[in-house]
Design a protein around this ligand. Structure first.
Ligand code: ATP
Ligand code: MG
Ligand code: MG
Length: 393
């Protein structure tokens, strides 16, 4: 069932069966991974009803959702950008209230289109170029130099659509590793970053925008590994990062959380890497460290409740991703060992996503440690990781 009376300040259709919650709108969430799960957790606190729409029966969010596989929601949102956007556009035309808008998902799910969009809006980015054959890739290499980042336009996550060519000789193997030109590729000039930063931004239904404090993200093999909040950067850099993030999100349509990934380069620039139109790994710390978590904020934004305070209520937070270290039972054993230790670390909170299968490098959970200084939370994390490696080997 579609809603037809959407406007900018309040969400569309009220559901008849709903009781006296803060919002009677049922929120449909496309995707039922850990982000959907944490959205459900936040929604439950405000008694907002969520329907998770995911093809997987036992996805991480399914245990916490109000209902399953039914499209009867007042507002439709996403926890993943890799959705069927043509269907989303059709639903929108039929009057379904999508937040953010399908147009935003269309731009973002194709990373090349996303770069074209942001460069048209004057957002600073690493130089980029579409490549259709080896010759155009060579030309790009000549222009941008090496190392050169080759990226697939679509279905990219956790670095799975990226390959680095260190020299012209490595270009064709990088392209093959990504599945060849048929997959749709583009290249980016290498960004010589000092740190990677991220800004979680929320946009309300009334188009108002609030930015969370800038964080530093540390990636290992292209996968987010550690997030430090706030980022230890000069004030000017944090201001510039926030400005770029604000401007990037202003160029997109619809309400909700957006995550803006940035490079702080060695010549003092802030360049945009990519934007996610949804809650993001770089914002998980907000659950424990901010007055309003990114998940609650997303729910508030899409249903049209007042936005919450994005500022930090603890001086420092560090988030550590629990990535699969081994396949199957061994992987579960190692993760549970670490969690066992984390449970007695002061200021630590454990999140376990309950994914049915353990795989190498898969995001299985995360640990956030909050405390009175970055030095303190870092030392807690170091002791957790050090003990783990000595115990488990
Ligand atoms: P995500 O899981 O965040 O969606 P993704 O698969 O879309 O990741 P990107 O964000 O494009 O991949 O890149 C992953 C990581 O690779 C970045 O966080 C950064 O560490 C590195 N990287 C990407 N582009 C560049 C670049 N142009 N120069 C240098 N490093 C880069
Ligand atoms: Mg991405
Ligand atoms: Mg990324």
């Amino acid at each position: 069932r579609a809603s037809r009376d959407s406007n900018e300040t309040s969400p569309a259709r009220k559901d008849d069966s709903s009781v006296h919650g803060l919002s009677e709108t049922i929120v449909g969430v496309l995707g039922g991974g850990q982000l959907g799960r944490m959205l459900c957790q936040a929604a439950s606190q405000l008694a907002i009803k969520v329907m998770v729409l995911d093809p997987l029966e036992n996805c991480p969010a399914s245990a916490l959702s109000y209902h399953h596989m039914v499209v009867a929601c007042g507002v439709l949102t996403v926890e993943i950008e890799h959705v069927d956007v043509a269907t989303m556009e059709k639903l929108e035309q039929q009057g379904v209230d999508c937040q953010p808008k399908a147009s935003t998902i269309r731009i973002i799910q194709d990373k090349y289109l996303q770069k074209v969009h942001f460069s048209r809006h004057g957002i600073p980015l690493p130089e980029f170029m579409e490549v259709n054959d080896l010759e155009s890739a060579w030309r790009a290499g000549k222009q941008f130099g090496y190392p050169l980042m080759v990226k697939s336009k679509r279905l990219a996550y956790d670095g799975r659509g990226n390959a680095v060519a260190k020299s012209e000789e490595e270009l064709s193997s990088a392209i093959t590793a990504l599945g060849g030109f048929d997959r749709g590729l583009y290249v980016e000039k290498w960004a010589p970053f000092v740190k990677e930063l991220a800004v979680i931004v929320v946009r309300g239904r009334d188009k108002s925008i609030l930015c969370y404090p800038v964080v530093e993200t540390i990636h290992k093999e292209n996968i987010c590994h550690i997030v430090k909040a706030p980022a230890a950067v000069p004030w000017k850099i944090s201001e510039l990062a926030t400005d770029v993030a604000h401007k990037a999100v202003s160029s997109l349509e619809g309400a909700g959380i957006f995550a803006v990934e940035l490079f702080w380069t060695n010549n003092g620039q802030i360049l945009l890497n990519e934007v996610a139109p949804r809650p993001h790994n770089s914002g998980h710390h907000t659950i424990e460290s901010c007055y309003t978590s990114q998940f609650e904020q997303h729910m508030r934004a899409v249903v049209g409740l007042p936005l919450g305070d994005p500022s930090m209520k603890t001086p420092a937070a560090i988030m550590y991703n629990l990535l699969g270290e081994a396949e199957g039972e061994r992987g579960f054993y190692l993760a549970h060992q670490l969690i066992g230790k984390a449970l007695s670390i002061p200021g630590a909170t454990v999140h376990w996503y309950d994914k049915p299968e353990m795989r190498q490098q898969r995001k299985m959970g995360h640990i956030t440690i909050v405390g009175s200084s970055m030095g303190l939370v870092e030392s807690h994390l170091n002791s957790l990781l050090k003990e783990d490696s000595s115990d488990c080997q």
